[in-house]
Ligand binder design. Structure first.
Ligand code: AMP
Ligand code: TRP
Length: 325
């Protein structure tokens, strides 16, 4: 129960089922087995074009969503990254240990840079250094994330090792914690992962109302019966059903799929209803927290205070180790 587990999520749009199955479900479940620290990483959000209003509202809405999902502020430290002094300072120290060549290898950066064609900013490049600081500032050992973050976590391990080699053994090795479903694909384009940046057609948001869920699932792309049934949209829908539908029914669908006799219309109808049933109680709790903004802000303030106490201690030790004290 003394092991520290930490993760972060960007307040850059509504959380969706990819975030939930890849990471947030674990965030909630692991609260009983670890000392859990969860951060809304608003400084990371600055790497993309985001207006001050979007950032402020996005941060509040995300806090609401996390509380509605079952993050318990009495058990977990839930805080906003920018409320704690020290993340950027440790990131600077780490940036002086990180080879540029390591950052250049990051696929998330390469994808972004390609998309932005020459207008990419230095924050996007340094992004994984700040992420390493988020984790190591709390000396966290376990980090629950989706598959797309594994490369960033590997870099965090490299940075910790560089620090330990250059100065002294101080940071422990971090370990990624993966969920059962590490990668949920887009409903619209099953070759890409479900993502906020692909637009609402690609995902089911935790906030989507029943009619929207039905529409989005009805329009989801499925594979042809002749096509590769292991990777396509149909397989993605089956994975969603596995997570949210009754298991016996899932097994029937799976069998029909293997025999290429699955009716996607039927699967979609039942999947939409299963999702609606899953989302209903979450949305009820969202509505409660929306009506009690002071309570939400209070949890974040309390979380920041608890996080700051840990961060201060680590940073003080780090400063001493590297000769800044
Ligand atoms: P982000 O919204 O990019 O801050 O991601 C928050 C968490 O959700 C990270 O741990 C991601 O790895 C995870 N995640 C995001 N999209 C997906 C997806 N399509 N499938 C599985 N996990 C995901
Ligand atoms: N980069 C992560 C993402 O895009 C978010 C993140 C920031 C994070 N800091 C972190 C995840 C620390 C785990 C630990 O999803």
């Amino acid at each position: 129960m003394n092991k520290i587990l930490l993760s972060g999520i960007k307040p850059t749009g509504e959380p969706h089922l990819g975030n939930y199955l890849g990471a947030l479900k674990n965030w909630v479940a692991l609260q009983t087995s670890y000392r859990t620290i969860y951060s809304i990483v608003d400084l990371h959000a600055l790497t993309i074009n985001i207006t001050p209003e979007e950032l402020e509202h996005g941060t509040f809405d995300l806090a609401v969503d996390l509380l509605a999902l079952g993050i318990d502020p009495k058990r977990s430290i839930l805080f906003k990254q920018s409320d704690v002094v020290g993340h950027t300072e440790l990131a600077w120290i780490f940036s002086c240990l990180t080879p540029v060549s390591e950052l250049e290898r990051m696929t998330q950066y390469k994808d972004m840079a390609k998309e932005k064609r020459g207008t990419s900013n230095a924050g996007l490049f340094n992004y994984p250094i700040l992420q390493a600081a988020d984790i190591l500032l709390y000396k966290a050992e376990y980090v629950p994330v989706g598959e797309d973050q594994l490369q960033h976590l590997e870099l965090s391990r490299v940075i910790a090792r560089k620090f330990n080699q250059r100065y002294k053994q101080f940071f422990t090795e971090i370990k990624p914690v993966l969920s059962e479903t590490v990668r949920v694909m887009s409903l619209h384009d099953p070759n890409k992962k479900m993502s906020k940046s692909l637009g609402p057609k690609s995902y089911i948001a935790l906030r989507d109302k029943p009619d929207i869920v039905r529409q989005k699932i009805a329009k989801a792309v499925t594979d042809s019966l002749e096509g590769d049934t292991t990777l396509g949209g149909g397989h993605n829908l089956l994975t969603l059903f596995k997570n949210f539908g009754p298991s016996q029914r899932y097994e029937e669908f799976e069998r029909q799929h293997a025999l290429k006799k699955l009716s996607y219309a039927e699967l979609k109808r039942e999947l939409a209803e299963a999702l609606i049933a899953f989302l209903a109680p979450i949305q009820e709790r969202q509505a409660y927290f929306e009506k009690h903004p002071a309570e939400v802000q209070g949890y974040l303030a309390q979380g920041a205070k608890r996080a700051q106490a840990i961060a201060d201690k680590t940073l003080e030790e780090v400063r001493k180790i590297i000769g800044l004290s």
